[in-house]
Design a protein around this ligand. Structure first.
Ligand SMILES: [Zn+2]
Length: 509
């Protein structure tokens, strides 16, 4: 029976256009999903949009449309960006769709029936831009009460709501984190969460009065309340699996275990609230919550108020989807902050993509045209190559399973660079000049086969370039139809006609 893999991104809030941070999380999830599919696993890759709450109602009002119409449009921005970035999600869920609404209401009913929810007065300090209600103990400075997440001023408020007590679950959660080392990653984030759990947890308010926030999922046991938008959004990880009776829930949640990829700014919601909500429902926690870092622009976090947002749509238009994917996946180890700038992106494109990869493919295919009449000559891979190939395949697998994607790409580039070196060392043009036909054929064969392996390895990360290399080598069946690692052992057939194309990544000057 094949293994299963369940990976999620957060549901993106549709109050504004997608930015580089959204693209980052989604590209990571996509690379992982593709790699696991390529290795024969049954994959479920979930993403989507979070569409309820005050800010959506406000944004819709400003445009003179209904919240649903606004959400329909905004959800589409994300879908088109994912199309332009080659994102291969299996399910795009929206929190306004009936399947999700039904699950949220069911969860609230279950919790209410078991007495886990209680009514009370909610006193809070609310940050409208973050849609986050903060309690007194959250403020580093209790005098200013600035939002701990965005540093903006917050508003004091009081209302009648329903609560889920978190404190009774705190000891359990601490123990769970301590006994499951890969539950919260990286370690720095795990320590941050354990820090949050050092003091008593205030109850989580899971509703909002409908007269203040009308745009939300109505609570089944109170017509005066809607569901708090975060509580609503987190439940997508279950509703997309058709919890509680769906086969997908069995397969993805129970058997595979969820990998939640998130930005580090939403760690509290995912690593404190979410496991406790699940614990209250008697559902196992996800397998891993991985919080990646931020892309900083000139040393600062991107934000609308600073006007330094990077628009991924524009970057893809200018540089292409694979260039952006490569930069995001390669430039920093997952979990650390990165610095985004156009010059850094161009440096990567020119050095790694144009010079190393593009050049290898272009000059190899040129030599096959010139010295082998555009066909793969006879030959076979060397034993040495087969050993190195196995070692690199192993290194990539290890890197992917530990979410060290940059290490996987480095391993592939070791192979690319070795192939480039072999051209310098064996100087095929000399072999051609001196009439060593057999030696030349044998070298060109090995070179073509090394490039075949590059295409297979690159597919999860740079799907467009991988497919192009594959076609240039003359393969008819798409590259994604080959399963690894077994496909590595099927060398390129001699006699196959190549189809050389222009350079994959032209140098940017
Ligand atoms: Zn805030």
């Amino acid at each position: 029976m094949s293994e299963s893999f369940y990976v999620t991104t957060p549901l993106y809030y549709v109050n504004a256009q997608p930015h580089l941070g959204h693209a980052y999380t989604t590209v990571i999830a996509d690379a992982l999903a593709r790699w696991h599919r390529q290795h024969g696993e049954s994959v479920f890759f979930l993403t989507g949009t979070d569409e309820h709450g005050e800010k959506i109602a406000q944004a819709a009002h400003a445009q003179g449309v209904s919240p649903q119409t606004f959400a329909d449009r905004a959800s589409q921005w994300f879908r088109s960006l994912w199309a332009s970035l080659g994102i291969s999600y299996d399910r795009f869920i929206r929190t306004t769709e009936p399947q999700h609404v039904e699950v949220v209401r069911k969860v609230l009913e279950v919790l209410h029936n078991q007495g886990a929810l209680r009514r009370g007065t909610y006193i809070f300090w609310y940050c409208v831009p973050c849609e986050t209600a903060w309690s007194e103990s959250d403020f580093p400075d209790p005098h200013t009460r600035l939002c701990p997440s965005c540093q903006r001023p917050t508003d004091r408020a009081e209302e009648d709501d329903y609560f889920l007590d978190l404190e009774p679950h705190r000891a359990w959660l601490i123990e769970y984190i301590e006994t499951h080392p890969s539950f919260i990653l990286p370690v720095s984030r795990r320590n941050e969460v354990l820090g949050m759990l050092k003091k008593a947890l205030p109850p989580l308010c899971v509703t909002r009065p409908k007269d203040r926030v009308p745009w939300g999922i109505e609570v089944p046991f109170s017509s005066k309340h809607v569901t708090y938008v975060w509580f609503d959004a987190l439940l997508n990880y279950l509703s997309a699996l058709d919890w509680p009776d769906g086969a997908a829930f069995q397969e993805c949640w129970q058997k595979a275990g969820a990998i939640h990829l998130i930005g580090k700014d939403i760690i509290r919601h995912h690593a404190v609230y979410w496991p406790i909500i699940l614990h209250a429902l008697k559902i196992e926690p996800p397998k891993t919550i991985f919080a990646h870092g931020w892309w900083l622009v000139e040393g600062e976090k991107m934000s609308k108020s600073k006007g330094n947002m990077v628009d991924p749509v524009a970057v893809v238009k200018t540089y292409g989807m694979d260039a952006l994917r490569y930069f995001l996946l390669r430039d920093v180890p997952l979990g650390e902050d990165g610095i985004f700038s156009e010059s850094a992106l161009i440096r990567r494109i020119n050095a790694d993509l144009a010079n190393d990869l593009g050049n290898l493919v272009y000059r190899s295919l040129s030599m096959l045209e010139k010295h082998a009449h555009g066909r793969i000559p006879s030959g076979r891979p060397s034993e040495e190559d087969r050993h190195r190939m196995d070692a690199i395949e192993h290194a990539i697998a290890l890197a992917i399973r530990t979410l060290a994607i940059d290490e996987a790409l480095k391993a592939i580039w070791d192979w690319v660079n070795q192939a480039n070196r072999s051209i310098e060392e064996e100087a095929p043009w000399e072999l051609a000049r001196s009439g060593h036909k057999e030696k030349l054929d044998s070298f060109l064969y090995r070179l073509a086969d090394r490039i075949r392996v590059v295409a297979l390895w690159l597919w999860p990360f740079l799907p467009k370039a991988a497919q192009s290399i594959w076609e240039q080598l003359g393969f008819e069946i798409p590259v994604d139809r080959s399963l690894l690692p077994s496909a590595l052992d099927h060398p390129i057939p001699p006699g196959q006609k190549i189809r050389k194309a222009p350079p994959l990544f032209p140098r940017i000057v």
